[in-house]
Design a protein around this ligand. Structure first.
Ligand SMILES: [Mg+2]
Length: 382
């Protein structure tokens, strides 16, 4: 059986950090979210193209930078949109807990994903809604960028408001990569135990995808990001993820995919063909394996990300996963400047990254006794 977490009993204690630790943390959080968005944008224009077509359209090396997608260079897709709403939900969970209004993070993330779903069917922010907060009022997010079908169906229709659980998930047979491509932010909860990070990513995946491989792949990515954020190497994160996976029923496909990524590293020089040996990335365990493999063999952020997107498959999602990892490893200053500069939504990504860090490190000052209303207006919790 999967463990059942009584969230009320596991309120994390936020550590008191030195200023240097806070700066390192902020750089990695920014790096993780910006890196993911950059990987997403690099893959956005070639998401549905086979490698042969990518090479004939863009040259023998495939894409070497942003290409036009959705009417501009540097456009991001649903992967980045949903990752931002994951962060919004996590911030609100902490605001709610700090306000004494309860603590059940999957519920706050569910509500955040419902606000993302509104961006997929509304023309723009519904100003009558008081729950949108600042992220839900960002007009540029109201754009459809090839959203995944399980993400849409799990968050719409008469069953939209029901909280999917591991015992009764939404879309029980779905294991599309829509879980893993939005899961890196769970790994940013620095003060948490790794097992709890894993569990939260799982519980927030079953909001849309119920196949074990779908939700366990998300748990694995979150744990790897978390390990890296705490100063570990990607390999250490993979080993920790494999240990946590071993305790879960239905882990075989996910564990095999991660082991396949490690074996591909040992097999020789990185290449698009070796990426292809790991799959195409449309399903969660393949997107995880490709993103992890490319992060492991990356000489630097640029070559790792280009390897992660130039293949026949779900280039934006594999780029997102790889970018999340490389950004968390190296921090924001290691990201190629011209890609950061041209990225759609850069200001939003950075503000949200900084807000997460502020909430986790100084939440009591922002919404505790005596605090003004500004933070609660940004992150209303009812
Ligand atoms: Mg996408």
């Amino acid at each position: 059986m999967s463990p059942v977490v009584q969230w009320k009993a596991v309120i994390p204690v936020i550590p008191l950090w030195s200023r240097a630790q806070q700066q390192d943390y902020r750089s990695r959080v920014r790096g993780c979210l910006l890196g993911g968005a950059i990987g997403d944008a690099l893959g956005a224009g070639i998401e549905f193209d086979a490698l042969d077509k990518i090479r004939s359209d863009h040259g023998p090396d495939g894409v070497t930078g942003f290409v036009t997608a959705y009417g501009r260079r540097g456009a991001v897709t649903d992967d980045t949109q949903m990752s931002l709403f994951t962060v919004d939900g996590l911030i609100r969970a902490h605001v709610r807990q700090g306000s004494g209004a309860g603590w059940h993070p999957p519920t706050d993330v569910h509500h955040a994903y419902l606000r993302w779903a509104a961006t997929q069917h509304d023309w723009g922010p519904d100003e009558r809604r008081r729950d949108l907060g600042w992220l839900g009022r960002e007009e540029w997010l109201y754009a459809r960028r090839a959203p995944g079908s399980a993400c849409l169906s799990g968050l719409s229709g008469p069953d939209a408001e029901r909280l999917g659980t591991v015992a009764a998930p939404k879309n029980p047979h779905s294991k599309g990569c829509g879980t893993v491509m939005r899961a890196a932010p769970f790994g940013l909860l620095l003060g948490w135990e790794p097992g709890l990070v894993f569990q939260l990513a799982v519980e927030c995946s079953v909001l849309t995808h119920g196949h074990p491989t779908g939700y366990l792949s998300a748990g694995a990515l979150a744990v790897i990001v978390h390990a890296v954020l705490r100063g570990g190497a990607v390999e250490e994160g993979v080993e920790l993820a494999l240990a946590l996976l071993a305790e879960r029923p239905g882990h075989e496909e996910t564990a095999a995919a991660l082991r396949g990524a490690l074996a591909a590293v040992r097999a020789g020089e990185p290449s698009a063909e070796r990426v292809a040996s790991l799959g195409e990335g449309w399903v969660a365990e393949e997107a995880l394996a490709i993103g992890v493999y490319c992060a492991l063999v990356a000489e630097d952020v640029r070559t790792g990300l280009l390897l992660a997107v130039n293949h026949s498959g779900d280039s934006d999602s594999t780029g997102t996963v790889c970018g999340n990892l490389l950004g968390a490893v190296h921090g924001e200053t290691a990201l190629p400047a011209e890609w950061v500069a041209e990225l759609e939504g850069r200001g939003t990504v950075l503000q949200l990254a900084d807000d997460l860090v502020l909430e986790l490190s100084h939440g009591a000052e922002l919404h505790g006794p005596g605090a003004g209303p500004a933070w609660r207006e940004r992150y209303p919790v009812g």
